[in-house]
Design a protein around this ligand. Structure first.
Ligand code: DQA
Length: 148
């Protein structure tokens, strides 16, 4: 089973970016944790980050037929991007929305997710743990797809 982790704008700054909100781990640290857990679960993961909205759109489109699940931290684009929402809706790859912080406990503009209606579900508020939980969620989505 192949899982594509996509990370949006400013997540390349994790480690130094507002650590009280996002923690002290870098994105590379988080990737290492996810990879270690994925190996134990027999899962194949790919990790990418971009600050460019269109690049996320292209990667979502290209995931069709190549990945079983997309795990997406669209960062600020979560709250603004119709293009990313439409890309998720256009492909048949189940997508799980994740966030490090609990967006619902923060500013009001973060309570709105334009991508939530086209995602299978959302994991938010567990720091790096949100990424690790997304592996479990991916397996659940896949098993459900098989009709178990
Ligand atoms: C975030 C939450 C977003 O509101 C914010 O714009 C981010 C990170 C999170 O992981 O908590 O950049 O997606």
């Amino acid at each position: 089973m192949r899982i594509l982790f996509l990370n949006g704008p400013n997540l390349n700054l994790l480690g130094t970016r507002e650590p009280e909100k996002y923690g002290k781990l870098t994105l590379a640290d988080i990737e290492a944790r996810v990879r270690a857990k994925a190996v134990g679960m027999g899962l194949d993961v790919e990790f990418r980050q971009t600050n460019i909205e269109g690049e996320l759109v292209t990667w979502i489109q290209e995931a069709q037929g190549r990945f079983d699940v997309i795990v997406l931290n669209a960062a600020a684009y979560t709250h603004t991007s119709v293009a990313i929402r439409d890309a998720i809706a256009a492909v048949q790859v189940p997508t799980i929305e994740i966030h490090l912080s609990n967006v619902h406990a923060r500013e009001e503009f973060r309570h709105v997710s334009l991508i939530a209606p086209v995602c299978r579900g959302q994991i938010a508020g567990f720091g790096a743990g949100s990424y690790e939980l997304a592996l479990e969620a991916s397996v659940i989505v896949k098993v459900a797809q098989k009709g178990a």
